[in-house]
Design a protein around this ligand. Structure first.
Ligand SMILES: Cc1cc2nc3c(=O)[nH]c(=O)nc-3n(C[C@H](O)[C@H](O)[C@H](O)COP(=O)(O)OP(=O)(O)OC[C@H]3O[C@@H](n4cnc5c(N)ncnc54)[C@H](O)[C@@H]3O)c2cc1C
Length: 287
């Protein structure tokens, strides 16, 4: 199938890109094209205008500071994954990105594009939400920062207005005493997750101060749960099982072609326990 006809613009500046978006309510931004182009080809998206931002300068940076990691709109997954400072400041970025698609897709696809595409089966929206990150967006009307918790409205739907361009995403740094874990099951390496769980555990000595998990490919939107209560008595096989049970009590897994809702519930239990264990061990190693 071929895409429905659309106009194409490739602006050379941010201002030009924002004017193009403002002038056409049905416009779509093109970043890496790894999700948009298939949607166009299948005619699941039929914008009147495609605004290709690949010639806009200054959007491809990855900057790590003690506060966190800022990823520009044109930073490819591969560039983010290769950035040692980013992986050190927030190790969950590296763990999760290694599970995003295949190298050829990571070479072109952008991390910000993946977030704005808002697929509940994608790793980075859940990671951004778990970490309490945010996205900076601009339009001809001004700029604003959208917290990840306020970004995902529904499947493939965000709270960005039609004229807004996401210029960067910010992932907060790993806090003191914290560790991270990421566990994923997919049918083949590089495929979208059938289920994945990202976890952050924060310790004070042996005491679990905080245990939170983000779920990929479980519900319609990236979902985060606080599981601290289950690990209040320490981390062992029984409390990890309790954490898995607590997780499933707070979720409503969807069934699809790849996994029934029951199978997903099973994966949630198993992967939650594994991800929390990994995050706990990571926190201990770092302290
Ligand atoms: C075979 C295959 C396997 C894949 N597997 C995975 C996987 O396992 N996990 C995963 O997470 N992803 C996977 N992907 C998707 C991949 O990660 C894409 O790169 C990503 O979803 C979208 O990034 P992009 O830069 O290609 O965005 P595009 O395709 O260019 O855009 C996607 C959407 O986001 C909008 N958009 C993009 N950037 C901006 C911006 N800066 N401001 C406003 N709107 C914007 C576009 O308008 C469009 O609606 C896979 C893709 C393929 C083809």
């Amino acid at each position: 199938m071929k895409p429905a006809p659309f106009a194409y613009r490739r602006p050379g500046s941010l201002d030009e890109a924002l004017l193009a978006l403002a002038g056409e309510p049905d416009a779509k931004v093109l970043a890496g094209g790894q999700s948009l182009v298939p949607l166009l080809s299948m005619r699941l998206a039929h914008p009147s205008l495609v605004v290709d931002i690949n010639a806009v300068p200054g959007l491809d940076s990855v900057t790590a500071s003690p506060d966190g990691v800022r990823i520009g709109a044109l930073a490819r997954h591969t560039a983010v994954l290769a950035n040692e400072d980013a992986r050190r400041v927030q190790p969950l970025i590296g763990l999760a990105l290694a599970c995003v698609a295949h190298p050829t897709i990571r070479n072109r696809g952008t991390t910000v594009g993946s977030i704005i595409h808002a697929d509940a089966a994608a790793e980075m929206p859940a990671v951004l939400t778990l970490l309490g990150g945010s996205v900076d967006v601009v339009s001809v009307r001004g700029e604003r920062t959208i917290a990840a918790a306020d970004l995902f409205r529904g499947p493939l739907e965000t709270t960005l207005a039609h004229d807004e361009l996401a210029v960067s995403a910010f992932f907060p740094a790993l806090g003191t005493g914290a560790g991270v874990g990421f566990e994923e099951i997919s049918r083949r390496r590089g495929d979208y997750a059938v289920c994945a769980v990202a976890a952050v555990v924060r310790l004070d000595g042996d005491r679990v101060l905080e245990a939170r998990a983000g779920f990929v490919s479980v519900c319609d939107v990236p979902t985060v749960l606080d599981l601290t209560d289950a690990l209040a008595g320490g981390v062992d096989a029984a409390t990890l099982t309790a954490a898995g049970d607590l997780a499933i009590a707070g979720l409503d897994p969807v069934g699809d072609l790849h996994a029934s809702a029951d199978f997903r519930a099973h994966l949630v239990r198993v992967l939650t326990a594994r991800a929390l264990q990994a995050a706990h061990d990571d926190a201990r190693e770092r302290s």
